[in-house]
Design a protein around this ligand. Structure first.
Ligand SMILES: [Zn+2]
Length: 107
């Protein structure tokens, strides 16, 4: 009985991971606290390259007691973005020195 249950769990894990890779989803998380912030979903292959950085939703996870932020991600192609948690919202998207900086908050 115990062996059967273990096998079942392994199969479920594989099914969850495989589609995400196929669809080209890039998950962006805070480099300071590791919170998942945004999913970038690739919808088209283009020559366009965009650099994006997401400021963390947590207000004090950064080294100076301020908001942390993600690494700068370089994405090639056309992407849609979607928030990960239900209450997360994007409050602004501003280009600063060639990098799209996305700020977020909780409703
Ligand atoms: Zn953070």
């Amino acid at each position: 009985m115990i062996e059967d249950q273990e096998n079942l769990e392994e199969e479920e894990t594989e099914e969850e991971l495989a589609p995400a890779v196929d669809m080209g989803i890039v998950a962006i998380e805070c480099a300071d606290c590791g919170r998942p912030l945004l999913n970038m979903l690739k919808v088209r292959d283009t020559e366009d390259v965009s650099k994006i950085k997401v400021i963390c939703i947590n207000k004090r996870c950064g080294p100076d007691g301020e908001r942390g932020e993600s690494w700068v991600h370089e994405l090639q192609g056309h992407y849609f973005h979607s928030t990960i948690k239900k209450r997360d919202i994007i409050t602004s998207m501003v280009e600063e020195d060639g990098i799209m900086v996305i700020r977020m908050d909780k409703t």
